[in-house]
Design a protein around this ligand. Structure first.
Ligand SMILES: [Mn+2]
Length: 367
């Protein structure tokens, strides 16, 4: 076989050689703002730089700015719900009203007293402005929105996935990859003043379990809020982790003493019956090593049940659905998040059976 004649290659070409000598880099492709980028290296996973609101949501917000609107969130508003509602209300102007479904949870009351001071009960706001459009934040599960039954919702901004039963709105921005609603609101309002930046940063830290669940866009949102905050990341974490009152800690220790546990199907299940602080006891049981914890309390008003799953196991069952069923058994309702959910109802005498039912349903439905 004849050896192939090699073409004489002019290499490197004069132009390239000239560039090389000057140390010039090849031109970089232009980045598109807000677009996805491919991570360099082996894993070609698209990375979202930041979450940005869909156009209809942004134009609805611009239209509503300066007008009377009612901003509300879920029952027992948490730090994320209060922070995002207060910050959006401020951005929308003095006629926007932050209205609470009912009371805020203990963490939000401790961390965001000023934001809560400016809020009204939803029933009062609705009574005063019966035709004001409603903006719903941080929730779409009707079980957590009893105050909105029969109401038409103008806009939803949320980070909980939409389900078949979800409350819907004319315009929606639902971003289940986001760790918090606060980071979505932060992307709408842009550079925040120090108080709003602190509240939104606390909302992100609280809902992401102090960044345990945080994708790059969440971290970027937090970083830019910290630039506008008048306190440091360390100070925010310290505020979040501040120990509860001695009475509350005693109630948690008592709940741990009352707890029972068993190993079933490879899962460590724990349960307890307490007189108060059921969610804190459930958190403590998970921290102590339980895979799932169900903690209940009952009084003259009925029964309440808190459920927690170790976050890594949360994708292996439908905890909010399970708690909806437990809530029905108690004659009331239930729901929540994949790793933290709850149920309550007037049939307080059924608490013991409800705790057994919750564990049985978990074992039947885990995969
Ligand atoms: Mn949230």
């Amino acid at each position: 076989m004849k050896p192939k004649k090699r073409k004489a290659r002019k290499s490197p070409r004069p132009r390239a050689r000239a560039k090389k000598r000057l140390g010039a880099r090849p031109p970089r492709p232009k980045k598109k703002a807000g677009a996805s980028r491919i991570r360099p290296g082996a894993s070609r996973v698209p990375v979202t730089l930041s979450y940005s609101p869909p156009h209809p949501v942004l134009s609805a917000l611009r239209r509503l700015r300066g007008h009377r609107v009612i901003i509300t969130a879920h029952s027992l508003a948490d730090t994320d719900a209060v922070a995002s509602s207060a910050a959006l209300a401020e951005w929308l102007g003095p006629r926007a009203v932050h209205a609470l479904a009912d009371r805020a949870n203990s963490e939000a009351r401790r961390l965001l007293p000023d934001e809560l001071h400016a809020a009204l009960p939803f029933s009062q706001a609705r009574g005063r402005w019966p035709s004001a459009p409603i903006l719903l934040l941080d929730a779409n599960d009707p079980a957590l929105l009893p105050h909105l039954s029969g109401e038409r919702i103008e806009l939803i901004i949320d980070h909980h996935a939409i389900s078949a039963d979800s409350v819907r709105a004319r315009a929606e921005w639902v971003e289940p990859r986001a760790a918090s609603c606060s980071e979505l609101v932060a992307s709408i309002i842009g550079p925040a003043h120090p108080q709003a930046a602190r509240a939104l940063a606390l909302g992100i830290l609280s809902d992401s379990a102090q960044l345990l669940r945080a994708e790059p866009p969440t971290l970027r949102a937090l970083a830019s809020l910290l630039e506008h905050c008048d306190c440091t990341h360390e100070q925010l974490l310290e505020q979040l982790r501040q120990p509860a009152k001695p009475e509350s800690r005693a109630a948690v220790l008592e709940g741990l003493r009352q707890s029972a546990w068993r190993l079933e199907g490879g899962w460590l299940l724990a349960s307890s019956s307490v007189s108060s602080h059921e969610s804190h006891v459930a958190d403590a049981l998970i921290s102590a090593g339980a895979d799932a914890a169900f903690v209940g309390s009952a009084d003259a008003n009925g029964a309440r049940l808190s459920a927690r799953l170790r976050p890594r196991l949360a994708s292996r069952t439908d905890l909010p659905g399970l708690m909806r069923e437990v809530g029905r058994f108690l004659g009331g309702m239930g729901g929540g998040h994949p790793a933290a959910a709850g149920a309550r109802g007037p049939k307080g005498e059924r608490l013991g059976d409800a705790l057994i039912l919750a564990q049985r349903l978990l074992m039947q439905n885990k995969f």
